[in-house]
Design a protein around this ligand. Sequence first.
Ligand code: 13P
Ligand code: SF4
Length: 345
Amino acid sequence: MAPRSAAWEVETLEYTPEVERAATPLFERLRGAVPEIEWPVHAPYLVRIEELKKERNAVILAHSYQTPEIYHGIADIRGDSLALAQEAARTDADVIVLCGVHFMAETAKVINPEKTVLIPDLRAGCSLAESITGDDVRGLRAQHPGVPIVTYVNTSAEVKAESDICCTSSNAVRVVESLGVDRVIFLPDEYLASYVATQTDVEIIPWDGRCEVHERFTAEEVRRYRSLAADLIVLAHPECPPEVLAEADYVGSTSGMARYVRERQPRNVAMITECSMSDNVAAENPNVNFIRPCNLCPHMKRITLPRIMRSLERLEHRVEVDPAVAGRARIAVDRMLAVGRGSGG
Ligand code: 13P
Ligand code: SF4
């Protein structure tokens, strides 16, 4: 596998007869998920990543928004934010490669301070995580003394450390209700907060963060999809605006949407969420027809097979969290893990 281009930031690997032989069993994972014509492009990386996983005793965790060649091709553990955190807590691998965004890798590190946690591209951020700082959370606590703070995992470890408990889109309502109080501060996603408020009697004090991917969907767009098929089932992520959620048949996390399709096998479905989600779920449900709205998360798409390969080769980029911050963040994450999955997942 000789390098073909030194100019590209990660060397381009060739599709040789040796690679073809080694990749043959791996191709089964791509069948139905990635067009066959693309297999030779991915094959050299799939083969090398599989070798490196063994050498490093590494596990690859991939979020549902990763592209199919990653999600189906090389991930050991796949799913929503909660599934990745739960599996990070269980793994006995030495190295965790997080194919997702930075806050997910930080959460894995907080849970596993002794392990090497890698993110293939450090620039994989998140608009929600960037919308709030530890100082902001301290300010909210001072403004609302005694009111518990529930923090979506899409935040930095510093923000988690200032919080009482974390949640994901799959268990937000359950986490809020687990506290047994009348009011909570819920941050940072304004739309997830307003969705939770429709599902519980607990008063929700929101922050004004938004996901740059989900905030772009509109109710008008959903109604247009409905006009294409009378029996269309619309599944939407709770990071979408309220008027979009009002048009949906089901609101839930990425794993919740995937389970809905797997168990109910609707004839026609539209998933109002990030692009790769429909591709990944469609590959597992060949009898379901997907309308594929596409708002792409540019942060998730920083992760590619060549960057994953380089990450394992060089053990970069290591995610580190200040131990004092990690210790406090872990309390909030552990409390969430003890609550488990809710009806949105
Ligand atoms: P879930 O994984 O909880 O569905 O969240 C989606 C998301 O936007 C993660 O970045
Ligand atoms: Fe953040 Fe939205 Fe991208 Fe998820 S999809 S990582 S919430 S910007």
